[in-house]
Design a protein around this ligand. Structure first.
Ligand code: IVH
Length: 722
């Protein structure tokens, strides 16, 4: 313990130490909770190290609320038990995912309170239901002294060490808070933090580290981190927190707070430094509860974190007391669930599908299951490595996830439910559709069928790609019709789409389809196509005519649409547009060297090579010629003047203070030279321009091996000198 004041060796150290702690708490709050730091990371680190040094010098001044305590203490054998002063209750769950779920709750509350229809709407607070784990944080005299899990509601586990590592949770509260304050809320993991954590886990597993695993979802990862016995490991698992309620609090008669409403208490918690979700709203009556449910449901996939429903709470604390509890649940609250985005089902088989570029994709065939609002029967397994990593096998019980528009995915297999020893999935080495060899190029994840347009699956996909709305658009030409046309041998190559029926007719007349087509006038050509279409099953006169008209209409297209429609690997819509703008004419693109192609914004070496390879194949040039012969046309233009754009295609990130340019000036100069400026560093960043007091962006650039420039080097580039 410290010696009495008179003999204190360095009172100025003690004062400095206290000041440093206060400053660091304030910075941490601005950084973690408000997301609005006012100092660069490097400055925070400097103050932090200064505090660490002082604490090392004066161990007698150590304190559990010091910011240095966030890095984690000693490894535990097991967690201690904590009896909750006020039990941690659960809430009734409403699984009716219609508006009636909210309406029934409001009706029940009104009944309990004996309100007639004539009386005004009840005021509620509506909150998201966070998908993490409940936590009770106990503060005594403003210092965090204990963090406990819910456990069975009466007794939980003491996880204080791990919770201290969460930057969003205040270790010390401002003066004036009640002497005893238990704040309850949800510990969770943000989706981006979860993805980054799993990326690191994958790297560790690849590096042969033992005992590491991939987490199934953010909630699992959060629960694992909270219950991690080694706090140093817990500290590396990025967690977040939302406050939504209270446990024990000094009562008003003993000088505690006199809140009237739940909303008011949440606002106070926010002022005291706790994160409170910004989506929390006041709602008057059932109508506004339903509106909240619908609005939050619509935003669900775009939030940075998982929620599985919303929670409605009666706002008035007096009414809450009046309503009381039934067994372990308050009458004044309900959790209104959203449709589940994850469900269990069984694997009926694993199919291999062949895509337009010949890519073989393993697809799990599932027992139909209603998830994310639709019935799912298929889920992609992406490629062989993914299928093996997840180790999905016939008969397995799996978790399927579907969020919003996202393609259904197998999240993981429940291994303890596996029966017997079903075979490990292996990718076939021949194409399941055409029997050609399937090969996996070095450094690629995918197997590809080498059959090209000989492969019926690739032919179908190529036609659908060409005919889609974003390409030349043949209205009404869907998967079913293409299947029929290809399977019946009517279409062998892309141009056959415009020569429907000509293969059969040409055979009879002993001519080539090309020659026959060239000899006939348009009306006769259309008659042949109509006749051919009507021979197909379920094709009525009217729809056949519609297809013929749509084909005719699609012949007048644009160069970017045509180019995109050809399905050249790596040439998406944006690249097709750039190519068309740059070269003006199709022939110029077909004859361009890789070097000339590289001059196009958006085109890198891989894309340039892919375009060159495509047009080097005689059969691809033939397809283009035949399509032109069938009457496909588009306006051609002049090549765009090649502007002097020394930084085009390059992305910059600015950090720190540059000697002469301010941030806006630097940004304007880079953009004027054709470059882009981004806010954060990633693998796609070309350069980081660093000035004085550069912070974490510089560290990240170094970690990712991104080139770092100073202002002088940037100016040289702007001048085109390097
Ligand atoms: S209030 C007495 N509000 O849902 C009411 N709970 O059974 C106590 N949860 O595991 C809970 N978001 O951790 C409340 N906005 C929210 C919540 C929420 C998530 C969790 C809570 C508990 C379960 C309720």
């Amino acid at each position: 313990m410290s010696t009495p004041d008179l003999f204190d060796p360095a009172p100025e150290d003690a004062a400095l130490l206290a000041q440093l702690r206060q400053t660091l708490h304030a910075h941490a709050h601005r950084y973690y909770v408000l997301d609005a730091p006012t100092v660069p990371d490097a400055e925070y680190d400097r103050l932090f190290r200064q505090l660490q040094a002082l604490e090392a010098k004066h161990p007698e001044l150590n304190s559990p609320d010091s910011p240095t305590q966030r890095v984690g203490g000693k490894v535990l054998d097991q967690f201690g038990q904590v009896r909750h002063a006020v039990p941690m209750l659960s809430i009734r769950t409403e699984t009716d995912t219609e508006a009636s779920g909210a309406e029934n709750f409001d009706a029940r509350i009104r009944r309990e309170l004996s309100l007639t229809d004539a009386e005004p709407a009840i005021e509620y607070v509506a909150e998201p239901k966070f998908d993490g784990l409940a936590m009770s944080l106990r503060y005594e005299h403003g210092v965090l002294v204990q963090a406990a899990t819910r456990g069975d509601g009466e007794v939980g586990e003491n996880v204080t060490q791990n919770i201290r590592t969460i930057g969003q949770i205040p270790l010390r509260l401002p003066v004036g808070v009640p002497p005893v304050l238990e704040v309850r809320g949800e510990v969770y993991m943000r989706r981006d933090d979860f993805e980054a954590l799993n990326d690191r886990q994958r790297q560790r597993i690849a590096a042969g580290e033992r005992g590491e695993k991939i987490f199934v979802n953010p909630r699992n990862a959060a629960a694992g981190a909270v219950r991690q016995l080694d706090p140093a490991i817990a500290a590396q698992r990025p967690l977040s927190f939302f406050a939504y309620g209270l446990g024990e609090v000094t009562p008003p008669e003993a000088g505690g707070p006199q809140w009237q409403t739940h909303y008011e208490l949440l606002q106070t918690l926010k002022i005291w430094g706790f994160p409170v979700c910004t989506l929390v709203s006041i709602a008057q009556g059932a109508t506004e509860l339903v509106a909240f449910y619908t609005a939050i449901g619509g935003q669900r996939d775009g939030l940075g974190y998982d929620i599985d429903g919303v929670v409605y709470k009666v706002n008035s604390l007096a009414l809450q007391r009046k309503l009381g509890f039934v067994t372990r649940e308050p009458r004044w609250a309900v959790a209104h669930k959203f449709p589940a985005q994850e469900m269990l089902t069984t694997v009926l088989g694993i199919d291999v599908q062949v895509g337009r570029t010949g890519k073989l994709t393993p697809v799990a065939k599932l027992a139909p299951v209603f998830v994310g609002g639709v019935t799912v029967t298929n889920a992609t397994l992406h490629n062989e490595d993914e299928a093996r990593r997840k180790d999905v096998r016939l008969g397995d019980t799996v978790i399927v996830r579907r969020a919003g528009d996202v393609i259904p995915e197998v999240v993981s297999v429940l291994l303890d439910k596996r029966q017997g020893n079903p075979e490990v999935f292996t990718m076939p080495r021949i194409c399941p559709v055409c029997g050609s060899a399937a090969v996996r190029e070095e450094g690629e994840a995918d197997y590809r069928c080498t059959g090209g347009l000989f492969c019926r699956a690739q032919r179908k996909q190529a036609i659908l790609h060409f005919a889609q709305r974003r390409a030349v658009e043949v209205e009404g030409l869907g998967e079913k019709l293409v299947d029929q046309l290809v399977d019946a041998g009517v279409i062998h190559t892309l141009p056959d789409l415009y020569r429907l029926g000509f293969r059969a007719r040409a055979e009879i007349e002993q001519l080539s389809a090309d020659d026959l087509y060239a000899r006939l006038p348009t009306t006769e050509r259309q008659d042949i196509a109509l006749e051919q279409l009507k021979k197909l099953e379920r094709m009525a006169q009217l729809s056949a005519q519609n297809i013929v008209d749509a084909l005719e209409k699609s012949k007048h297209t644009t160069l970017p649409r045509f180019l995109f429609g050809l399905g050249i690997r790596h040439v998406g819509e944006a690249t097709a547009k750039e190519l068309a703008r740059h070269f003006g004419k199709l022939d110029a693109i077909m004859d361009a060297t890789e070097e000339q192609l590289l001059a196009v914004a958006d085109v890198g070496p891989i894309v340039a090579k892919s375009i060159r390879t495509f047009f080097d194949q005689p059969h691809n040039r033939e397809v283009v010629e035949q399509l032109r012969a069938c009457g496909l046309t588009w306006p051609e233009g002049e090549p765009a003047p090649v502007a002097a754009q020394p930084l085009s295609g390059k992305t910059f990130v600015l950090t720190g203070t540059l000697p002469t340019l301010d941030r806006e000036e630097a940004k304007a100069l880079i953009e004027a030279a054709g470059g882009k400026v981004a806010g954060s560093v990633s693998k796609k960043t070309s350069y980081v321009v660093a000035g004085l007091e550069a912070g974490s962006k510089l560290d990240k650039a170094q970690a990712l091996g991104v080139a770092v420039l100073d202002e002088a080097q940037l100016k040289e580039m702007l001048d085109g000198r390097s």
